[in-house]
Write a protein that binds this ligand. Structure first.
Ligand code: WT7
Length: 651
């Protein structure tokens, strides 16, 4: 027997079959789709592509696979904006609400499919008037306002790939991304609202624009009304260009493999990678997953994905998936704690949201804030909850299920990546018996396997999560760097896609994500995942959130250092630290007992909410901090460093 790549220590016995009422109405409540996909995955995807998408010309080849390069639905032509807008309007659904939009200050806009269609056509003409042709890249740096999806769809309409840069990124990050894509036009806004103040987007963009020679024109949406510099000949107001633009715009007929967008992954160290997504395969898989994972009933549901469009979650599950499926969505500009910590629950009550999709980091923050916040509101409209972005600790899952879902809503834990484009591993809520903390199984048409160091398949236990077949929405590469694409994703295991996640399979064949393999700790020769120790800590009733890291240790190789945030009303002390160490030992075994517990009011996170364990490792080992450019709040680390210096240690 070889040593396992990662040990499987945590056991979770609770399980939740789909409620009868939910299953009875669900789009999927039997295994037919899995059987069909198992028999012939390509035929399965071809059927989805033809059912969910309207093609101008049908495709003749389903998939061309020249590893590691895949092409889907060759010979087919389509237009993403046509699929998201025109076909709904043509079918008489123009009056249907596409977005209930709400600004952070409380201003609202109701946007129907007809409204969105008209605005997109006009803005597509604006872009053309600025000289943007099919294939030219357009950069978008905007707050969460309706003009953001308008700009994306207008690009898609004329075949100009967009590159959206999250509005929280700095001028440097923006300049790097504009330059890598050699974008011709930048679409931005004067500013946007976040936690009660205006973020000066145009001022940030001006700094970037000093170093971006490819940009000819800048379009600025007026959002905050703050004074901004407008460079004559280069900068234009959105509303002025829109007034002058023609209203009608025929959608381009684009090849299935036409580049739809670039999205740069928030790499914590190296140069960001421009992940390429194309047209037909991407749209097929986002529409498919949005429909079946969220069990979408477009006439009844009010769907809310509370991510930012600047991340892939927003691209796929605020813009392209929901609009392709003709859904009614909520779109919210700001943060969950403005003006109060019940903003999300207030929004759900007012719009009657039925499906909520958010991230574990948000759920753990809500746990920290306490149940009195959701209890102020009627959340009975909710029928389904989703989670994405990180492993969800079983206790956070239970909290979400109980306090937000009222015990009646299935929770779909959806595993995927910027690179996969769409959900890959997830329950289907009318069919799958849920286990809190498990993403359960690959979706129909998706093939995932856990392997050991040598790339041999693991049937039960921990290892590396790999994908063994191309999928329609897979990345087509890294922009301008095919060699880096091959190296990064396809070189570790022969013939397999591997992008850095550990996972385990339990006795029932359920998949449990174990975090990034770079974070796995080695304690006296045992390979312990950060996720399992964190889940054991969050299992304690006083803990809201935790991050653990392995720090160099003379005796054990690495020692586990735990950073812990407690729930709102708890006062942490030395005795609680001892209690937590014992709790972990009891829950998953003495080898995983943290050497030190450091209490901290917050954890360092990237702007998309992922815990930066690398920084915590630096703190734990007393090093100077490495690169902190992707850190959301710098002050958090200083505070943690002081607390780490003062924490009692178990020698
Ligand atoms: C990484 C991808 C997918 C859109 C948002 C993040 C982690 C994502 C889960 C999940 C455990 C998850 C993985 C993955 N991750 N979803 N349900 N369970 N881990 O996109 O920024 O490209 O990050 O997020 O580590 O590789 P991303």
């Amino acid at each position: 027997m070889t040593e396992p790549a990662i040990e499987a220590l945590y056991t979770e016995d609770r399980s939740f079959p789909p409620p009868d009422e939910f299953a009875a109405r669900a789009l999927v409540n039997d295994r037919a789709m899995f059987d069909e996909a198992d028999r012939d995955p390509e035929a399965f995807w071809a059927r989805q592509a033809r059912e969910l998408i309207t093609w101008f010309d049908d495709f003749d080849t389903v998939c061309e696979w020249e590893p590691p390069f895949a092409k889907w639905f060759l010979g087919g032509t389509l237009n993403v904006s046509y699929n998201c807008l025109d076909r709904h309007v043509e079918a008489g659904r123009g009056d249907k609400v596409a977005f209930h939009w709400e600004g952070e200050p409380g201003d609202t806009r109701t946007i129907t499919y007809a409204d969105l269609h008209a605005e997109v056509c006009r803005f597509a003409n604006v872009l053309r008037d600025l000289g943007v042709a099919k294939g030219d890249r357009v950069n978008i740096y905007m707050p969460m306002i309706p003009e953001l999806p308008v700009a994306m769809l207008a690009c898609a309409r004329i075949g100009a790939p967009h590159s959206v840069v999250f509005g929280g990124f700095s001028s440097d990050a923006l300049a790097d991304r504009i330059n890598d894509a050699e974008a011709k036009v930048l679409v931005t806004a004067d500013g946007g609202y976040r936690r009660g103040s205006a973020v000066p987007l145009k001022a940030n963009a001006d700094v970037a624009l000093a170093a971006t020679p490819s940009i000819d024109s800048v379009v600025v949406v007026r959002r905050t009304g703050d004074d901004v510099h407008m460079e004559a000949g280069r900068d234009h107001w959105y509303h002025e260009l829109m007034e002058r633009a023609a209203p009608d715009c025929e959608p381009e007929h684009l090849d299935s493999e036409h580049l739809l967008y670039l999205l740069y992954t928030s790499g914590t160290t190296a140069k960001p990678k421009g992940i390429m997504h194309t047209t037909g395969g991407y749209l097929t898989q986002v529409a498919f997953t949005h429909k079946y994972v969220f069990d979408l009933h477009p006439d009844d549901d009010v769907y809310w994905c509370a991510a930012d469009i600047g991340w892939v979650t927003g691209h796929s599950y605020i813009v392209y998936g929901p609009l392709a499926n003709g859904a009614t969505s909520v779109m919210y500009e700001g943060t969950p704690d403005h003006p109060g910590r019940d903003r999300f629950w207030d929004i759900i009550e007012r719009y009657g949201v039925t499906i909520l999709y958010t991230a574990p980091t948000a759920i753990r923050t809500f746990m920290k804030w306490g149940t009195q916040e959701p209890e102020k509101h009627d959340l009975s409209s909710l029928r389904l909850l989703g989670s994405v972005g990180e492993p969800i600790n079983p206790e956070a899952w239970i909290w979400y299920h109980t306090h937000i879902g009222g015990g009646r809503c299935p929770v779909v834990d959806t595993w995927w990546q910027t690179e996969t484009g769409a959900i890959m591993i997830s329950p289907l809520p009318g069919l799958t018996t849920l286990k809190p903390g498990s993403a359960t199984h690959p979706l129909p048409g998706i093939a995932a396997e856990v392997v050991d160091e040598a790339g041999r398949r693991v049937e039960v236990g921990g290892g590396y999560l790999t994908l063994t077949r191309p999928w329609p929405s897979m990345l087509r590469g890294i922009y301008g760097d095919p060699e880096r694409y091959r190296q990064t994703y396809w070189s570790r295991f022969e013939g397999r896609y591997f992008a850095g996640d550990g996972a385990k399979l339990d006795d029932d064949g359920y998949l449990w994500l174990l975090g990034r393999v770079d974070d796995v700790m080695n304690v006296s020769g045992h390979r312990v995942s950060t996720t399992e120790v964190e889940s054991a800590l969050v299992d304690h009733p006083k803990v809201a959130e935790s991050a653990v890291v392995g720090a160099k240790d003379d005796t054990t190789g690495q020692a586990i250092i735990a950073f812990v945030t407690v729930k709102g009303d708890v006062e942490p002390d030395v005795a609680l630290g001892e209690e937590l160490r014992a709790h972990v030992a009891k829950k998953i075994g003495p080898i995983s007992r943290p050497k030190t517990v450091i209490f901290t009011p917050d954890l360092p996170k990237t702007r998309s909410g992922k815990i930066m364990r690398r920084l915590l490792r630096d703190v734990a080992e007393g090093r100077d901090l490495g690169d902190t450019t992707t850190l959301a709040d710098e002050a958090v680390v200083d505070e943690i460093r002081e607390r780490a210096a003062a924490a009692p240690r178990d020698e």
